[in-house]
Design a protein around this ligand. Structure first.
Ligand code: ATP
Ligand code: MG
Length: 142
């Protein structure tokens, strides 16, 4: 990787696998210039979800969030490009799909604030932690 290339952790949430739009979202991701350098379909338990979203444990929606994230399969993936963390947050759009700009994933596919189709790391530091939560270095092929 050159110095400006970053990796970020993306999750396609259960509302995506349930509607068979994994490919449609991956087309948006690749179309925006991200390389999908690791990808796995998996089923989170509530405990996994709770551990992953630990920073939100005091928030009122935490229980619902853990239930929704473990309600069906997810696709966890590592995305690579220059400035990946910030640019993937831009491609995802606002947390509430009602407020997401045209052209974003959540505008195109998000159902509601809690079924908003995608997760993306919110800082480079968290991206490193979140990637390590799901992947070993040897799983990631640039
Ligand atoms: P994510 O972390 O999933 O990428 P985000 O960074 O846009 O989303 P956060 O504030 O980190 O938003 O919230 C994590 C997730 O919790 C959101 O994606 C959403 O599914 C859920 N969430 C956030 N705020 C609310 C809320 N007010 N009511 C219900 N669910 C919420
Ligand atoms: Mg977040």
């Amino acid at each position: 990787m050159s110095s400006t290339v970053q990796r970020t952790l993306s999750i396609l949430k259960p509302d995506v696998t349930q509607r068979n739009i994994t490919g449609a979202i991956n087309a948006m991701i690749e179309g925006a210039g991200f390389k999908i350098v690791a990808q796995r379909r998996t089923q989170l338990t509530r405990d996994h979800a709770a551990k992953f979203y630990d920073v939100h444990k005091e928030r009122p929606f935490f229980r619902d969030l853990c239930a929704i994230m473990s309600a069906g399969p997810v696709v966890v993936q590592v995305l690579e490009r220059d400035n990946a963390v910030h640019l993937y947050r831009e491609l995802m759009g606002a947390t509430d799909p009602k407020n997401a700009d045209a052209g974003t994933i959540r505008h195109a596919h998000g159902k509601s604030i809690d079924e908003n189709s995608v997760h993306g790391s919110d800082s480079l530091e968290n991206a490193k932690k979140e990637i390590a939560f799901f992947f070993q270095d040897s799983d990631i092929i640039s």
